[in-house]
Design a protein around this ligand. Sequence first.
Ligand code: GCW
Length: 671
Amino acid sequence: MTIPELTDVHAAWLPPEAFRAIGSRRTLVLGDGALAGTVHAEVAAACARYGGTVRRTGDGPFDLVLALTTAGPLPPVAAAVMAEAGPIGEEGHVLARRDGVTVVLASAPAGLLYGLFHLVRLGEPAFEAARQAERHEPATRRRMLDHWDNIDVHPVMGQVERGYAGGSIFWRDGVLRDDLTRVRAYGRLLAACGINAIAINNVNVHATEARLLTDRLGEVAAIAAELRPYGIRVHLSVTFAAPIVLGGLPTADPLDEDVRRWWAATTARVYETIPDFGGYVVKADSEGQPGPFAYGRSHADGAGMLADALAPHGGVVHWRAFVYNHRQDWRDRSTDRARAAYDHFAPLDGRFGDNAILQVKYGPMDFQPREPVSPVIAAMPGTRLAVEFQVTQEYTGQQKHVCYLAPMWREVLGFGPWGPEGATVADVATEFVAVSNVGDDLYWTGHPLAQANLYAFGRLAWDPRLDPAAVLDEWIDLTFAPSPEPLRSTLHTMMDGSWRTYERYTAPLGVGFMVRPGHHYGPDVDGYEYTPWGTYHFADRDGVGVDRTRATGTGCTGQYPQPWSDVYESLEQCPDELLLFFHHVPYGHVLHSGSTVVQHIYDTHFAGAEEVADMRAHWDKLEGLVDPALHARVKELLDEQLRCAEEWRDQVNAYFFRKSGVPDARGRRIP
Ligand code: GCW
């Protein structure tokens, strides 16, 4: 196998330098099969560069042994580690160092691959002090990315819906790319942060892309072939109307026998072509996509039909819970979009089969920089849940702004406790999914620093307890290896708090949106206020916020388990950062912080824009320490981030000053 080694900026968190420690050692790779072959090829490529050696049999001396426990006979040092380690899960590995040899053991090939990348992350220290056997296992079986790529260029959305990094890495000019080297390199990057599944096309399935399921299946197979050596399975977004649009049937009713037969036969053909195919992703009855409601059927019926078609082949269906009325009347104060997913899905708990996974966005609205956790996550103990995050920065600066999202995701994953067992989101989720942020851009993600979000998502999906600040340092150390000071600490300072900075200069106190309609970039406080989309802030001359209480509002607080149901209901207990998500309050309302709502708005907006100016000043100091083209790209983007943050600051502050008539207590200029 050839390793798609990309150099410099293309290499993201796997630059050649990251392999120096391994590549300068004497290594034994023991084990058969394709993924063990990948491990061998990776080590061989590193050795070719750094002077080490790699063998697949024979006696030592070795500095590193990477072995499958089934490969036997193991060298004595590895056998000793194995005796100590006990059983190892399918994707896990055990790492130890004794008698001057570093040993990585796995019971299955994927574990060996993840063990290799663990060594890459550790670098030189993996070959220094002795180590007791440490076991590393992923928290969940599937760690998945959803691409919103189209084959064709959509007139409004472009080729990648909500994509900010150029065109698709899979398709170009309406056909599969001839050269899929970058797809292989992408798989390599993903494996190195723990991802093992991707859905390759948009959940809004248009006519051309629908055909990936049938006559264009060969393209899916070609992509799967590139990703397979890195342990990644391919999934496909399908349209619920496929039996009609592809099969020529008069209906897509999930209880209709012909429809069920069509899905069974079509799915069987998919598995004949791609035996390790992962399964389907479905957005149904959402934002205009077809679904079971048209036939008077439930979403459990719809998901069940696809789960049944996939079950004989070991596949799964990811069924999205993002179902709400996007044509609501803004005058109707009783309809609350935040309630919709719970209202639709909680009553169906227990009705999704074992291979149906309900995919729930982390918040009840839509990927805002600050939302409470979706109440669906706590409400469906009898259902397998995937929590969906958005790595692509639709609402968080569109990869023009530095916004390191892992601290937000970590808060969501650790949210709780609720119930007698004190559960958290990470405890109840079966898996984690995120919308990808890559495209054919030179740096993969448009903003070079946005690579950190992709990396961090993979790492948190592997281990939701990781500290986002430590993950950030890992990413910096790999990407900018050997990351000398002041590069390392400056990047850390710029990025670690950047999500909170973004929150400060955009919509205040959890109220959300206030973005320009359609493309969602930049401020427009009333942009969505009188629209059918269900995303309102209800500001008037006296106050702002959405009353979602049981006492006087939409009752959304009642969807939460205790203690959160009461915490959110109570004006006194509701955390400041979510105040306007749950309550409508006067501008003079005093927050826990001691500030009034309106003064908080002014203060945070001035502070947020200032923090961006600081970020830019930090970056200027790194000139000469990073690749000049990369430096220039980030510098240009920071100029835009500052321009945009000032625009947000001035629009939001002016809006609330004009509504409330309350001057800034510190007398700063509000336009
Ligand atoms: O956030 C919204 C986006 C849509 C997207 C939708 C979804 C793919 O604005 O572009 O459609 O969410 O998650 O389905």
